[in-house]
Design a binder for this molecule. Structure first.
Ligand code: CMC
Length: 431
């Protein structure tokens, strides 16, 4: 808190409320509205939380005007260039870059928690072969609460750590099992000598009938995508994890809630929707037609992978991924890249269009990521699952942070009631 106060006055009654202002390390000041209801008898109203800080957090900072993203103070560009996903996971969870022995211990812990209980693995047989992988992953993550309920005391910091490690280690195994089930192939067990992304690719693409060698280009590309997707402060799925977790529920259930929120096309489901959109557009000459549709308010069509609640300039993750797409396609020897070419052209046309310029609509993280996933052989329906694997780190980090925050309380918003006033019940015969 600072001495500074914002003052709110009700012009009718003359009553006023002093709102204490808190100054963050960086970013705009935040007015505490906790006393407003007591002083003025009024709530704040902010659908979509566009101007509401739901918590204090020391994890991730975004400056949407300047296109800045930092994890624990480190710019995303530096982490993408110099770090790796496991190191970033440690950084997000524990707040500092690990020393060599800390990194080794953390890496070993994650590598040795990758297996699933066999009974959990059998759950996949209950799903229809064409179930959406996000539906399977959400269901199986929720089911983990049935396996680890008694051993997970959310008030015990050591238990919270074990949960965080288990969740990060097992989510690739769950994702790969969902994929193998959808293609009717036998499940491939994790191999602890492989690193995080190498192991994931092996569980996806190895089959008992032949040898599979992890392509280091593919593993490196995946690792960088995971760094970029690992956290994004109080986004829809992370806020969902916090809200679900705030009741003290089993944390695996809270992470399942995060998966459910991520799946939607306005959030993590956009990466799959972008590829569907590019396939529908089909060719460069069709782009103007679809750009016009995106501008037409009577048409529900939107340019998927465009726009962001916070970024009013280029999403820094999108520019890294666009540059990376060139390199990855090149390194994988792909010369015929019609979808990537179409995406580049669509971006150019949209960025020159007055509608997109006026509304500050730029490509977001999902616009180019699917191009890379596809080049790695990952099917469209798995794109959001890939996002979920990486974002699991952010979810568990925020869950841990919330529980150790002295200001933590159960999340319980109020509302602007617009329903009927009190009325008397009418018997069925009198209606
Ligand atoms: N295409 C066309 N118009 C758009 C788009 C778009 N992609 N995005 C926003 N607009 C327009 C919107 O119609 C509105 O116009 P007006 O002010 O005239 O009513 C204005 O821009 C502001 O949009 P909004 O929907 O009020 O903004 P929001 O902050 O509530 O929504 C968003 C943000 C990301 C949901 C939205 O931009 C969108 O639907 N984008 C497409 C889906 C997408 O790419 N989602 C991934 C988001 S980034 C990764 C992640 O979160 O997982």
């Amino acid at each position: 808190m600072t001495d500074k106060l914002f003052k709110l006055t009700d012009p009718e009654t003359g009553k006023h409320s002093d709102l204490p202002v808190r100054v963050p390390t960086i970013g705009p000041p935040v007015a505490g509205v906790g006393s407003m209801y007591r002083d003025l008898g009024a709530f704040t109203y902010d659908p979509g939380y566009a101007a509401t800080a739901s918590c204090q957090s020391a994890v991730t900072y975004i400056d949407g005007e300047k296109g800045v993203l930092m994890y624990r103070g480190y710019p995303i560009e530096q982490l993408a260039e110099h770090s790796n996903f496991i190191e970033v996971a440690y950084l997000l969870l524990y707040g500092e870059l690990p020393k060599p022995d800390q990194l080794e211990r953390f890496d070993t812990t994650i590598r040795t928690h990758t297996m699933l209980n066999e009974a959990l693995l059998r759950f996949f047989n209950g799903f229809h072969y064409d179930a959406h992988p996000m539906a399977m992953v959400t269901g199986v993550v929720a089911s983990m609460s049935a396996f680890y309920h008694d051993s997970t005391n959310v008030s015990d910091p050591e238990h919270r750590d074990i949960f965080a490690h288990r969740m990060i280690a097992k989510i690739p195994t769950i994702a790969a099992a969902a994929y193998k089930h959808s293609v009717g192939q036998p499940f491939v067990y994790p191999r602890n000598e492989l690193d995080y992304c190498g192991n994931l690719l092996n569980m996806f693409f190895a089959v008992p009938a032949s040898n599979y060698e992890v392509d280091p280009v593919a593993a490196e590309a995946l690792d960088m995508l995971f760094i970029l997707h690992a956290d994004h402060e109080q986004n829809c799925s992370t806020s969902t994890v916090r809200l679900a977790g705030s009741s003290g529920t089993n944390p695996y259930s809270a992470i399942a809630a995060g998966n459910a929120a991520l799946w939607g096309p306005a959030h993590g489901g956009a990466n799959e929707a972008v590829i569907n959109m590019l396939e529908t557009i089909g060719s460069v000459d069709q782009i103007p037609k679809f750009v016009n549709r995106a501008k037409d308010k009577s048409d529900p069509f939107r340019l998927m992978g465009f726009g962001h609640r916070v970024y009013k300039s280029y999403d820094p993750r999108a520019s890294i991924i666009r540059g990376m797409a060139h390199r990855v396609l090149n390194n994988l020897g792909r010369t015929n890249t019609p979808l990537f070419d179409l995406a580049l052209e669509l971006e150019q046309i949209a960025l020159k269009d007055d509608y997109f310029v006026e509304k500050n609509l730029y490509p977001n993280v999902d616009f180019y990521s699917g191009i890379i996933y596809r080049a790695l052989g990952i099917p469209k329906s798995m794109f959001t699952v890939m996002f979920a694997i990486a974002r699991t780190v952010g979810w568990v980090t925020h869950w841990r942070e919330m529980l150790s925050d002295p200001e933590f309380r159960i999340g319980r918003p109020r509302q602007l009631y617009i329903g009927a006033e009190q009325r008397d019940y009418a018997a069925l015969s009198e209606r």
